[in-house]
Design a protein around this ligand. Structure first.
Ligand SMILES: Cc1ncc(C[n+]2csc(CCOP(=O)(O)OP(=O)(O)O)c2C)c(N)n1
Ligand SMILES: [Mg+2]
Length: 282
């Protein structure tokens, strides 16, 4: 079986992203809550990751040669579950179990519960350090696997992130690709107004990384960025800073001002799904 079901082509990515949004909304509807703004915001990024870039086997999530995808931001679990469902690692029927006792889909990501969830993220600022350790270990084993770490702009305010960034460059981890969801939101409001990491690309570059900054809701730009990140031959870690829009794809939610803990009323889940359905890509 191929380890890369859709690598090398961006055909179908709009539909993949749309379906990831739909799975996430359906999960949110089950509990009447969830970090849905984040999931809608990173759906395009996850579509390109899982259907263009990542090497994996849906029915063999522990395949030794898989690329590792670390979800540093455990509160984004609903987004990764949606991608794992779309990728065939999890079954679509499991949507009904989101957040239910003893489910494989707890509301914060837990490696012991869910196939495809490589780490228990959520204590912010630790994912990149774990990714550095994994990258180093894989290099020492001469493994072809890459390590991706999806982190948030809020995590750029954690000192441990920059310690890990420095270590990654020191160890010349060219098998490490960090993805930053720069949605300009964190728990206290806009990240740039709370503890700004700008100029964020210059910071990563100063730490010795190969840096790209793209519109994280532009599928073509994301495909190009992943291609470049994987093609770079310099012995450096790579980062793609993705400017995303929270709640992307559901205009009435996008319009809300503070979206970290977005409140969606019971009748609004159905409205959001109807709006999404009306915008289904051909
Ligand atoms: C070490 C740590 N400190 C605080 C928190 C509480 N917390 C949970 S989400 C969050 C916001 C972090 O920023 P970001 O991930 O950019 O937020 P979002 O984009 O989801 O709004 C915070 C502070 C945490 N999970 N871990
Ligand atoms: Mg954020």
């Amino acid at each position: 079986m191929s380890g890369t079901p859709h690598a090398g082509s961006n055909v179908g990515l709009p539909l993949r992203a749309w379906r990831i949004r739909r799975h996430a909304l359906r999960m949110g509807q089950v509990q009447g809550q969830g970090y849905i703004g984040q999931a809608l915001g990173v759906a395009d990024l996850l579509a390109v990751t899982w259907f263009h870039a990542l090497r994996y086997r849906p029915t063999e999530p522990d395949w030794e040669e898989r690329d590792r995808f670390l979800l540093s931001i455990g509160h984004y679990a609903i987004a990764l579950y949606a991608a794992l469902i779309e990728a065939g690692v999890l079954a679509e029927e499991e949507i009904a179990t989101y957040g239910v006792d003893d489910s494989r889909l707890p509301m914060s990501g837990m490696a012991s519960c869910t196939p495809g969830m490589e780490i228990s993220g959520g204590s912010l600022g630790h994912g990149l350090g774990i990714a550095v350790g994994m990258g180093l270990g894989l290099k020492r084993k001469n493994s072809p696997s890459l390590v991706y770490n999806l982190m948030s702009d809020g995590e750029l305010g954690e000192g441990s992130t920059w310690e890990a960034a420095m270590a990654a460059a020191h160890h010349r981890l060219d098998n490490l690709i960090a993805l930053v969801d720069f949605n300009d939101q964190q728990a206290d409001g806009p990240s740039t107004a709370t503890l700004s990491a700008e100029p964020v690309d210059a910071k990563w570059a100063a730490f010795g990384w190969h840096v790209q900054r793209v519109d994280g809701n532009d599928l073509d730009a994301l495909v190009d960025a992943f291609d470049e990140a994987r093609a770079v031959t310099e012995p450096r870690p790579r980062v793609i800073v993705c400017d995303t829009r929270m709640c992307k794809g559901v205009p009435f939610l996008e319009a809300r001002e503070r979206t970290h803990f977005i409140r969606v009323e019971p009748d609004e889940w159905g409205q959001a799904l109807d709006l999404l359905d009306a915008a289904m890509p051909s």
